[in-house]
Design a binder for this molecule. Structure first.
Ligand code: HAM
Length: 434
């Protein structure tokens, strides 16, 4: 009986995982510089958390959630709701009113799988909870932009403001009237959305809907004074930080918790799935989830599959990232193997990467394997060498060989090998241990 991955779910094999590691390391490096701390959260949450925060009537909640109906639990479709829940549950504001947090991990949405769209996908998610100032919006977007820059990826930043509970209802009413008068030219989904979620009509991908809303009223004309001032300050902040952006008054995002600033990073290089990331403000969410009143928040999520696809399309640099073994121990015969394993263990204990194979393979096969793991040095131990207590140490880059005395304990030998390796790599043993 053979089993396969479920449609929309994907294995990330070791070669590809190197790209993922690179991506994560870059993200972690950026977050460290911006003072964000990691938070790790469960994948399963009460269904009500998502219904409440992302919102009934959104595609995610209505159509895409993996819910265990009998248990009232759902696999998280995104991370913001969970982070907000954790902030409230653990009273994180008491420790420090402004929390700068990130998480990296899988999300689940039952969408139609295609290139760049999976049912289990991964996000790099960053949140700043407790900061109301427009400078925080600009800083957050600049952080995402820097991450993309350091990955060498190009994406365009589009921003919008979708107002707040004071000014949005007025705009909504204008929009409903506009789209209802033209409902005949809207797709089926949008005809339904006219009543439930009219703002989503604005960013429908359907061509006829796009044409229909071209002359729809703009939310930017309906912002209240506070929202307008906030948005103007965000734009100034982005200019000051040298972040380029364009305005997209049709961008409303598919989650209900947003207020004011929304943004997306898009690319033309991934076909239909153009959004590599998106985010915005959610100034009412924490209070709605039972947290302290007036606790603003903002954040973004970047789609890791899409970033990896872009990195792949960019090519070679990542192929060189295959980690090298510092030492490969080639043991010929049972006794040599028995001698070699404790020695390899001692080398590893010092922090170096050492490889050895079990079972009796020919020298040729073992040298091939040493090449495969890109060993810097190979220590060749045969039966006769063992009797003489002297092995052969080969520098695999220069092909120079020298005798290596096997006199001493495994720890002593490892110490000496470590010095030779350090002479080449520049890393002393202890520096190798993170
Ligand atoms: P989102 O726009 O739903 O926002 O998702 C963010 C990113 O996740 C998307 O831009 C896309 O790159 C990726 N993504 C979404 N769905 C899929 C999928 N099915 N397959 C592959 N990638 C996908 C959020 O999730 C918000 N929580 C972002 C946020 C954080 N807002 C504030 N804080």
């Amino acid at each position: 009986m053979k089993f396969q991955t479920v449609n929309g779910f994907k294995d990330i094999l070791p070669d590809e995982a190197l790209r993922w590691q690179q991506l994560e390391q870059t993200a972690r490096s950026i977050f460290r510089r911006f003072g964000l701390r990691e938070i790790r959260l469960p994948l399963l949450e009460p269904t009500g958390l998502f219904a409440r925060s992302i919102g009934e009537g959104t595609d995610i909640v209505d159509k895409e959630m993996y819910t265990f109906a009998d248990k009232g639990l759902t696999l998280r479709p995104e991370a913001t709701a969970s982070i907000a829940r954790a902030y409230v549950e653990h009273g994180l504001h008491v420790q420090q009113p402004v929390q700068r947090l990130f998480t990296i991990g899988p999300m689940f949405r039952h969408e139609r799988p295609q290139k760049g769209r999976l049912r289990q996908f991964h996000q790099i998610d960053a949140e700043i909870i407790g900061a109301a100032e427009p400078a925080a919006d600009a800083e957050l977007m600049a952080m995402a932009q820097l991450l993309l820059d350091e990955l060498g990826l190009k994406a365009s930043l589009e921003i919008n403001s979708i107002g707040c509970p004071q000014c949005r209802p007025g705009f909504r009413a204008q929009l409903v009237q506009y789209v209802q008068e033209r409902s005949g030219s809207l797709c089926e989904d949008c005809q339904r959305r006219c009543g439930s979620n009219p703002l989503r009509v604005l960013d429908c991908k359907n061509r006829s809907c796009k044409e229909t809303v071209q002359n729809a009223p703009s939310i930017l004309d309906s912002l209240c004074d506070d929202c307008a001032a906030h948005f103007a300050a965000v734009r100034r902040g982005l200019d000051d930080l040298g972040v380029r952006y364009s305005l997209n008054r049709f961008m409303v995002r598919g989650l209900d918790y947003y207020v004011r600033t929304t943004f997306e990073f898009t690319t033309t290089e991934l076909g239909a799935q153009s959004a590599v990331g998106g985010g915005g403000r959610y100034d009412c969410l924490i209070e709605e989830l039972g947290g302290p009143k007036n606790t603003p928040g903002l954040g973004f999520g970047l789609g890791m599959e899409r970033l990896v696809l872009l990195l792949e399309q960019r090519g070679e640099e990542f192929k060189t990232a295959v980690p090298r073994a510092d030492l490969y121990a080639a043991a010929l015969g049972g006794q040599a193997a028995e001698f070699a394993l404790p020695l390899v263990h001692a080398v590893r204990r010092l922090g170096f990467a050492a490889a050895i194979e079990h079972g009796s393979r020919s020298l040729k096969a073992q040298m091939k394997q040493a090449d495969r793991v890109k060993a810097r040095f190979t220590l060749i131990i045969g039966e006769q060498e063992l009797e003489r207590r002297e092995a052969m140490l080969r520098n695999m880059d220069s092909q120079e060989q020298s005798a290596f005395s096997l006199q001493g304990t495994a720890a002593e030998l490892a110490e000496r090998l470590g010095k030779v390796i350090a002479g080449v790599t520049g890393n002393t043993a202890n520096e190798n241990i993170p």
